[in-house]
Design a protein around this ligand. Structure first.
Ligand code: UN1
Length: 510
């Protein structure tokens, strides 16, 4: 476990920092971080107190006053340096993510690559914070819009992407002139602490102010509630469950704050009669069992045309039979553990519920025991035949359960089933029919924020806007023009004439 040392993780770590400074005054509640990989304690973290939170916010406000006046391309230069540091630490940080969270090493490194990619994206963006110039209806007037920094951006991230989702938000916020206050999941605080150490070099080398990047590790509602109701934090970006997001959105709206919500998904792939199963199969399996079914974008429902249903079911059972489940740091394994035993319970309860509603389990569902599985967090990914209307199918269970749903007739029927859930994150269709594909992507097609053709539901690139509709929350992070959410918009009109004409031709002579 040399990577822990190289990332600055000690036996006991502090969970609150404003940059170079760590808040280390005792007494503090201590949180033990246990790896789902082997059930061993990795390290412990002293949780942040309310005073630490106050300190982080006041430093964040102070840093904002100078940071907002730094030219955006110069802010981009800082992000460029962060990207370089992440490249240096990619293997170690990827290993820590894998060990602390349980995703495969490939996916752990992929997550750090996603951070590097968004750094590159944000550097380019720092020279492109464009506003429009509009034609004024008044003579000798110029009208244009500009984007200004917002202030402190709160970033609440989830355990399943313990570092990448922070970077989507933080790197854009940084080039936009904001300061960042990060509350990571208390299930994966060490990955966040390691990132804070990586940032420290860049902060030191560039003499950046304390409060530009703050970290607050809290547990349960304590610091979280403080953050939600804090008027000094104009924007909070939240990744998490719909339940948490619904509450957060109400509290933030109550103070007219802004929120970017990336909540639950219930993502489906439609396999039409025209699907190429050779390409579809790996996409389905990766989508359903990658990160042990704990991605927001995980494929949870497979909507299959009746003419190929039996063939698809047997191909999937065969593919699942070849999956290697075990220590995710061993690159021979495809599937690692769930995050904790509570998640294993949720997995088992969901399987019991779907069977009670009439579903048939065709593969998996067992909890693995014996050597290599001591943590009690390893499960065999499950395939279940179900109806879309089952209550459990309507919910997002954060575990590897793939529901097979049959459709008959035309794709309109498949699309209706597809959209008949409360969530709207990611979606896909496999077909070689141009017509079917275009219908799926049309206004009458998928109602999700992400809609793919001949690609699975998970593994989005950072260049596109990421997020979804309905109970997924409506927010967009990452690429495209998602940066606009991190800034405030201003329309400015300048009169360079010698008269005072009013808009709409109104005359007001005094
Ligand atoms: C998430 O699960 O919260 O599209 C993010 C994907 C990844 C990001 C997932 N790029 O699967």
């Amino acid at each position: 476990m040399d990577f822990l040392k190289r990332l600055g993780i000690k036996e006991k770590n502090f969970g609150a920092s404003t940059g170079l400074e760590w808040m280390d005054k005792p007494p503090r509640e201590e949180l033990e971080v246990v790896s789902p990989v082997d059930g061993r304690k990795i390290a412990s973290v002293y949780l942040a107190s309310e005073q630490d939170y106050e300190q982080a916010v006041s430093r964040g406000q102070e840093a904002f006053r100078t940071w907002r006046m730094v030219p955006a391309p110069k802010r981009g230069e800082i992000v460029r340096q962060i990207g370089l540091k992440l490249r240096e630490h990619k293997d170690d940080l990827g290993a820590l993510v894998s060990y602390e969270m349980g995703k495969s090493l490939q996916e752990g490194k992929g997550e750090v690559q996603e951070m590097i990619d968004i750094c590159d994206f944000a550097v380019g963006q720092s020279r492109q914070l464009y506003g429009f110039t509009m034609a004024s209806e008044r003579e000798h007037h110029r009208m244009y819009e500009q984007y200004h920094p917002l202030g402190i951006v709160g970033i609440v991230s989830a355990f399943n992407f313990p570092v990448a989702v922070w970077s989507w938000n933080a790197m854009l916020a940084t080039v936009c002139g904001d300061t960042c206050l990060w509350k990571p999941s208390s299930k994966t605080p060490l990955s966040a602490i390691a990132v804070q150490h990586i940032l420290a070099d860049v902060i030191r080398e560039n003499d950046l102010p304390e409060g530009l990047f703050s970290l607050i590790v809290g547990r349960g509602a304590s610091v979280g509630e403080q953050l939600l109701s804090d008027k000094r934090v104009p924007l909070i970006s939240i990744t998490g469950s719909t339940r948490v997001g619904r509450h957060a959105a109400q509290v933030i709206a109550g103070r007219f704050g802004k929120a970017i919500l990336e909540l639950g998904g219930n993502n489906a792939i439609i396999l039409t009669a025209r699907a190429d199963l050779k390409t579809a199969l790996p996409a389905i399996v990766f989508g359903a069992v990658g990160t042990a079914g704990q991605r927001c974008t995980t494929t949870r429902r497979l909507i299959i045309h009746e003419s190929i249903y039996d063939k698809v079911r047997s191909a999937l059972v065969k593919a699942y039979g070849g999956l290697k489940i075990g220590n995710p740091l061993d690159e021979a394994n495809h599937v690692g553990p769930l995050i904790d035993k509570e998640a294993v319970n949720t997995f088992q309860q969901a399987l019991a519920r779907v069977e009670a509603e009439g579903g048939t389990r065709v593969y998996g569902g067992e909890v693995l025991k014996g050597p290599g599985y001591e943590s009690g967090c390893y499960v065999v990914p499950a395939i279940v035949e179900a109806e879309n209307s089952y209550r459990i199918v309507q919910e997002e269970t954060f575990a590897p359960i793939l529901y097979l749903i049959r459709y008959c007739g035309e794709i309109d029927r498949a699309i209706a089933l597809h959209n008949d859930v409360a969530q709207g994150l990611s979606s896909a269709m496999f077909t070689d029919s141009l017509q079917e594909a275009e219908v799926f992507l049309s206004a009458a097609g998928s109602d999700c924020g992400i809609a793919n053709v001949n690609i699975g539901t998970s593994g989005a690139e950072i260049g596109g806007a990421f997020g979804g509709e309905k109970e997924t929350g409506g927010g967009r992070e990452s690429g495209s023009d998602a940066w606009k959410a991190y800034m405030r918009r201003q329309t400015s009109t300048i009169n360079y004439g010698k008269t005072m004409p009013l808009a709409q031709g109104i005359r007001f002579d005094v």
